[in-house]
Design a protein around this ligand. Sequence first.
Ligand code: ZN
Length: 166
Amino acid sequence: MEFYGNDVLIDKILSGVRVVDGCWEWQKCRMPKGYGIITGVTKAKNYLAHRISHEVFIGPIPDKLKVCHHCDNTSCVNPMHLFTGTQKDNIRDAWNKNRMPVGEAHPSSKLTEKDVIDIRKRFATREKIRPIADDYGIALGTVREIATGYRWRSVGGPISKPRIKR
Ligand SMILES: [Zn+2]
């Protein structure tokens, strides 16, 4: 079955949502984390609604890529709020948006406690932020937040005062 531009599926999606602040929130069956489930697309199985929305309105999803939300609203199926990325992009996106739990105990956390201390040391020696951020694959803001103790204060290492932007 061709999903892209499929009228039956377009109707099915549009009749399944409620628009809230620009998001198309799926009103039917949902997964525990809020992802919508769309039934009746094929006889064989049910699908995640946001993935079907991507296929129908934007086009096929490249192999192994995830469909992520710009809006962080897992139940949203508005194609304008969707983008494809790798699992790594998804984790980075979550990290940049401060949605990740902090602390090394969490399995998805990208940085180890040693990394945090190293980042603080490098920042404290007046190293530029960009290369530090690039080395760890994190946002510039995250480097600042770590260095100034806004995040992971308990881990240790030298806490710096915020640098004044000129
Ligand atoms: Zn949305």
